[in-house]
Design a protein around this ligand. Structure first.
Ligand SMILES: N[C@@H](CCC[C@H](N)C(=O)O)C(=O)O
Length: 276
């Protein structure tokens, strides 16, 4: 079967976008892994599918698969690309959309100058929401990894995130400590791991080791989780710019029980066709 796709990225976090309204196909995890291969396939961090909604109040259904073939609940950079994709393909004319994900509803808004704002909903802080094995909810937790103990935040943005504050994001041990935390026994569904350097009350640097994809150039939900942790710890004000290896994201969060908004770019790279 010949599959039509669009390659997009949000700050270098790259996606294969599939319109599954006009093409009917169900991909198995091993097919996704083959497509994700950067030498023998299309190559991407995540595969995103656009489908008809099941909820009457949503415009579309948005499904997300990591490069390792696992299906996940949410993807922030992907959500911005999703909004541009459905517009470019004339699947809608609306500039404000409500999309259904496995992690809940997302509100997308096409803004000026190629920017997209996403209402990421209310972050969930109870350890069961990730899930994370802990006695009770806390702002931070002591996590033992091999012989060392790390102070981490645990935040669900629909998908699970662990956040650690580091002195320098550039020198952080993302490639070595990232996978150890991603697969830690206290995170039964694995976890995305953010290494956050606080620059001042309105800015920080962040690198993320993503569950099922490894380190990416940017992670939207990771940036939201870092904002939540930074704010709960008293390091950040309610509007913050996070610098990721692929570029900057603006995050706004007033505090617990409030919706969080993420704003950033989304770009189309090319269209293609590939045999499955
Ligand atoms: N790149 C993403 C997150 C994609 C999913 C994540 N790897 C997971 O397994 O939860 C983003 O921009 O949020």
């Amino acid at each position: 079967m010949l599959l039509h796709f669009t390659k997009m990225h949000g700050l270098g976090n790259d996606f294969m976008m599939l319109d599954l309204i006009s093409q009917k196909v169900r991909l198995r995890p091993e097919q996704i892994r083959r497509l994700a291969d950067r030498h023998r396939g299309v190559g991407f961090d995540q595969l995103l599918t656009v489908e008809a909604p099941e909820r009457h109040d949503a415009d579309f259904k948005y499904r997300i698969f990591n490069a390792d073939g696992s299906e996940v609940e949410n993807c922030g950079n992907g959500a911005r690309c999703f909004a541009v994709f459905v517009h470019d393909r004339r699947l809608t004319h609306k500039k404000e959309l409500l999309v259904e994900t496995a992690g809940g509803l997302l509100g997308l808004k096409l803004a000026d100058q190629g920017q997209v704002s996403v209402d990421m909903g209310v972050p969930r802080l109870h350890p069961d929401a990730l899930p994370f094995l802990a006695q009770a909810q806390a702002t931070s937790y002591a996590l033992q990894v091999e012989q060392q103990t790390y102070d981490i935040g645990a935040v669900s943005m629909g998908n699970p995130h662990a956040v650690l504050r580091v002195e320098s994001a550039i020198q952080a041990p993302v490639e070595t400590l990232g996978p150890l935390i991603e697969q830690h026994a206290r995170f039964p569904k694995r976890v995305n791991v953010g290494f956050l350097e606080v620059l001042d009350r309105q800015s920080g640097r962040l690198r993320v080791y993503e569950r099922g994809a490894g380190e990416t150039q940017a992670c939207g939900t990771g940036a939201c989780a870092a904002m939540v942790y930074g704010r709960l710890r008293g390091w950040f004000d309610e509007q913050v710019t996070l610098q990721l290896p692929g570029g900057h994201l603006q995050i706004h969060w007033a505090g617990p029980d409030q919706h969080l908004t993420m704003t950033g770019p989304a770009q189309r790279v090319f269209e293609g066709q590939i045999y499955l």
